[in-house]
Design a protein around this ligand. Sequence first.
Ligand code: F6P
Length: 334
Amino acid sequence: MYTLPELEPLRDFDAIAVLTSGGDSPGMNPAVRGVVRAALNQGISVYGVQKGYSGLLAGDLRLMTSSSVRNIVQRGGTILKSDRCEAFKQPENRRTAVQILKDKGIQGLVVIGGDGSLTGAHCLAEESDLAVVGLPGTIDNDIFGTDDTIGFDTAVNTALDAIDKIRDTASSHERHFLVEVMGRNSGFLATHVGIAAGAEMVVVPEYEVHIEQLGQQLSESRRSGKGSSGIIVVAEGRDPGLTYRLAEQLRQQGEDPRVCILGHIQRGGQPSGHDRVLASSLGAMAVSYLLAGYSDIMVGVDAGGIVEVPLDSVIRYRKGLDPHLFELALLLHK
Ligand code: F6P
């Protein structure tokens, strides 16, 4: 449940557009629904841009009605499709995009995505008179200025569901498992999953891995009878194959661990109740912020309230993993 700010409508819009961009995340659909329904309720037409910025550059925009977003609040993925668009990094292509929007009489744009997508949104707002509002949509929860992102909660629960099953077989065979979760640059997902799964160890890109210490810890726990099977949650990091290499290093220390890469399963599935409420609130509030005259902002969550954050800060600063939370993940298995 979030506290929603009261915003006074100060400007009119005939039409706005909404797009989803970057890696999809469960909850993008309820966010799109929130934008579309909130705008239509205020007499604003809404275009759905297909396939993120690539679809925008291709002029693939479709007028949406209330029934376009019927029966999607519970669906994973994004009905608008998504893409990572290299071409959008070029200013001349962004100028084309602005013209395409203007030709349709579109004065506002809502962009739902991660840091790359929000960078594109900031550039558009800076380089044109379009009103642009971003929403944080990523399973990584690594966006500066918001405590939560659309899809994070669902991804944590998807990983937990898998790990609970892995624990059964780990325990039957008295084996340790290295379970790789997503997170190229950040360990939020790994840390939350590690705490919630009661993992023996969590490996994240933010901190160095002490593999010898890990090996000793696993052997010690086997010897002392505390645990002959355990879960080590590993964030994928920037270095492909990290989890297999860690497993090999543990093998050289006398362990015989197995590896399970959860991969894109974490990006799919029905959004959790938490993500549906978050996404619906952010989607509807994006329209309120546009009407209140805001642009070049992201709408996010801070201390239980919906807040606006300048996109400039969102893309300039890095959200740091709370070291206390990480320590907690390591402490609780002892
Ligand atoms: O940014 C979200 C994310 O799921 C990361 O956790 C992951 O590293 C990446 O996307 C994978 O991207 P792709 O689907 O393009 O391989």
